[in-house]
Design a protein around this ligand. Sequence first.
Ligand SMILES: [Zn+2]
Length: 282
Amino acid sequence: MSAASPRRRRRLVHAAVVAASCFGLGIGAGALLPPADDWLALAGASDATAAAPTPTASATPVPGASSLAAITADPQATAVRTPEVEVTAPDVDDPDSLTVVVNKQRPLDPLDHVPDDLVTVEGIPNGVTMRAEAAAAMTALHEAAVEAGAGFSISTAYRAYGTQSSLYAGYVRSRGQDGADRFSARPGYSEHQTGLAADVSNGVCTLQACFATTAAGQYLAAHAWEHGYIVRYPAGSDAVTGYIYEPWHLRYVGAEVAAAMHDGGIATLEEYFGLDPAPDYR
Ligand SMILES: [Zn+2]
């Protein structure tokens, strides 16, 4: 990632504009297939390599797009000059950031990034791994769901670059790149590689939209945010996220961002951070 402070400032300003305009994106939707990573999840998962931290912006105080909109809308904010305070904006570029945004336009950098704090998610039988903070939050979310009669398992969580790479290469050999791209995520473009995403299942409608109608699907849609998770690929947002509705794919973003998105009715990370839509690869 380059030293992208100017670019990031523009993006943050854009985030405010987007927030102020109720996140209306007039993008034509296309028929998109589920991400390879989730399809491949059924085939099994595993491991990847090193990380390169990116510079952190210390520009405008922007804890989140909606907060920036609130700040700029406050007349006091323009009337009173306060000393410049350095506030670290949520980092959407650093692969080690809990708010990193990965999509078909935004690969991990480096492509073979491996999180350095992967742990086994406790309380869920099949021993999947996630980054430590996401794993602890997932354990808490799972406990709450079980208590509400909406228990679930996890079919896959962290998946390594190497696994994705060999699977994708096999599909390219047998079907060509265009064919492979229709159902397989390119290595380095999978959110599962961040260690912050998990595909959940309760044995019904596994990796299908009807999962949303199950007790677990309904509970997660309503309560995942309380534990810092979002349903990353919501219905009707495929022109923004590049993926069809995936009620089973949860992404950890931290309590603050998840609550802000919930409270603001913001569907996607791209809209929350004012990033370009990513309907397809560049
Ligand atoms: Zn997934």
